[in-house]
Design a protein around this ligand. Structure first.
Ligand SMILES: [Zn+2]
Length: 168
């Protein structure tokens, strides 16, 4: 069962200061291998595990305790081609989730721009996908019994929604 994420992680003052010290964010910073960055990411991962009850934010499947689930940026921090996406939301709390390998595969971001209407203020953006913090999945997902598949539904104002099905 997929549940809307209630609540949000928070950063300590030290973490906020560190993020501030980075200046203008760009996607490469995430993997800069800086010790403080690694620590920050590990803290984010831990808090998200707790917040999400160790379940994937997109499909609700149990995340492996030992496997190295990636922190996922709902609005991608990277680029599509030469177009820079949303590095400014790299540490926006509601832009961060943990997802399983399957869903992560779908969203190997940089390949899909999830924002439909951009606004400087994250919470005012609209999204093309079911947003784990803003949307109640039950309103958007269709569950098929007997078939083990993950549905990541692309929202659409019209009824032309399409789904990305992934067989496991
Ligand atoms: Zn998943």
């Amino acid at each position: 069962m997929i549940k809307q994420i209630k609540g949000v992680i928070s950063f300590t003052d030290a973490e906020k200061n560190y993020i501030k010290s980075l200046g203008e964010l760009n996607g490469n910073m995430w993997k800069c291998n800086d010790e403080e960055m690694e620590e920050l990411k590990s803290n984010i991962r831990e808090r998200l595990c707790e917040l999400q009850g160790l379940r994937c934010a997109y499909c609700g499947f149990k995340l492996g305790v030992t496997s190295n689930e990636e922190i996922e940026h709902i609005a991608p921090k990277g680029k599509i081609g030469k177009r820079v996406l949303y590095p400014k939301f790299m540490f926006t709390e509601k832009n961060l989730v943990l997802s399983c390998h399957y869903c992560n595969g779908f969203s190997k971001k940089g390949t899909f721009d999830t924002i439909e209407t951009y606004c400087d203020e994250y919470e005012k953006c609209t999204f093309k996908i079911v947003h784990p913090y803003f949307d109640d999945p039950e309103q958007h997902y269709e569950f098929t019994s007997g078939v083990r598949c993950i549905l990541i539904k692309i929202k659409n104002n019209s009824k032309k929604s399409r789904k990305i099905n992934k067989n496991i």
